[in-house]
Design a protein around this ligand. Structure first.
Ligand SMILES: C[S@@+](CC[C@H](N)C(=O)[O-])C[C@H]1O[C@@H](n2cnc3c(N)ncnc32)[C@H](O)[C@@H]1O
Length: 335
């Protein structure tokens, strides 16, 4: 829980509470930027109960509009034996939707629908792109699997995943980046009826469904989209008084992305949320505390430990900006 009454996705990780259901409005808000990409594609939602998931619902209802070839959706049912209801057995199901109503009927999976199972990996191999909200507690192995099978993906997760070694290495290699629609604030997720709601940021709708607000949500993808190459407009000039150097790193500290000095060519430590605006043509990612082997895992200034940073440097091929200055008004190169 934080001061605003919302809870972080990493709290979910700690609790192994993976049941957060994505709202259709959040899916629509992101997917609209990739419409042309999806034409002729086989989409796999591999953590998605075909009868419940809004990802599955989205792709069924936009099947023609997005020109999809096929939608596969598999759900997970962990092996479960309830002492009080021994006869109740739940099966993991799937659909392979091809636009016909027949193919909408869920079929039984042989296994439990674990995204790492042979059965699900076969579906993964048959697909072009994975779109889902994976379990937060398994985010690392989920990312590993996507890269191992060289799949395109558009998945929703916690901004802190940026700092996971496996994720950051892919970001550094320009093999994965943040999506388009979420850069701040929190998002609402539906949770199971028996979810313990101690957080202030929850509501129950008229039908009794429970929702909580979650902060630090981001889309992660390796699919390019318009807007990813937008130029970040910067207006601050570098002065040594304003930008302090780290104690043992030859880099200046920049506390807010908007304060990145446009005229500084050296190394800069910027907030991880800079990645919301990252344009590789403008700045080069050099590393983070981990990949740069910074001792103590953090930068210090005058002995004071700083927030986690990403280190960037101006792309030497980037045109100088701003191109002119009128009083306090800066206009940047339009590239
Ligand atoms: C964060 S929820 C999201 C559900 C759905 N994708 C959505 O966005 O509404 C993650 C889902 O992954 C399922 N899950 C947990 N472990 C899994 C595994 N090993 N393989 C596949 N799915 C799993 C959980 O049951 C849960 O429904």
């Amino acid at each position: 829980m934080n001061g605003t009454g919302t809870i972080g996705l990493n709290t979910a990780q700690a609790n192994k509470k993976d049941e957060f259901y994505t709202q259709i409005s959040d899916i629509e808000a992101e997917l609209k930027y990739y419409k042309s990409y999806f034409k002729g594609k086989v989409v796999y939602c591999n953590c998605d109960d075909p009868l419940v998931s809004n990802f599955t619902k989205f792709f069924i209802s936009h099947f023609q509009e997005y020109g999809l070839k096929k939608l596969i959706s598999t759900c997970y049912k962990p092996n479960y034996h309830d002492f009080f209801m021994p006869n109740i057995q739940e099966y993991a199901t799937y659909i392979e939707y091809n636009g016909t109503s027949d193919s909408l009927r869920p079929k039984k999976l042989k296994g439990n629908g674990d995204f790492r199972s042979k059965e699900c990996i076969k579906f993964l191999c048959d697909s072009d792109v994975v779109v889902t909200n994976p379990p937060f507690s398994l985010f690392r192995s989920f990312i590993n699997l996507l890269f191992e099978y060289k799949k395109d993906f558009l998945i929703i997760g916690n901004v802190n995943a940026i700092s996971y070694k496996v994720c950051f290495n892919h970001i550094l290699n320009n093999e994965m980046w943040l999506g388009r629609s979420i850069h701040s604030g929190d998002r609402e997720f539906r949770v199971p009826d028996d979810y313990p709601l101690e957080a202030a940021g929850f509501r129950i709708d008229k039908s009794g469904n429970k929702y909580i607000r979650v902060k630090g949500v981001r889309w992660f993808t390796n699919i390019d989209y318009e807007g990813r190459h937008k130029w970040l407009q910067l207006t601050r000039e570098y002065t040594p008084e304003r930008y302090h150097k780290f104690d043992k790193i030859d880099a200046i500290n920049v506390s807010k992305t908007k304060d990145i000095p446009f005229d500084y060519d050296g190394l800069m430590g910027v907030p991880i949320t800079y990645l919301d605006y990252f344009n590789p043509a403008q700045y080069i990612l050099i590393g983070n505390e981990y990949s740069l082997n910074i001792s103590g895992g953090r930068g210090y200034i005058n002995g004071q430990r700083m927030y986690s940073r990403i280190f960037i440097q101006r792309n030497p091929n980037a045109p100088q900006q701003p191109i002119f200055k009128i009083g306090n008004l800066f206009e940047t190169a339009n590239v």
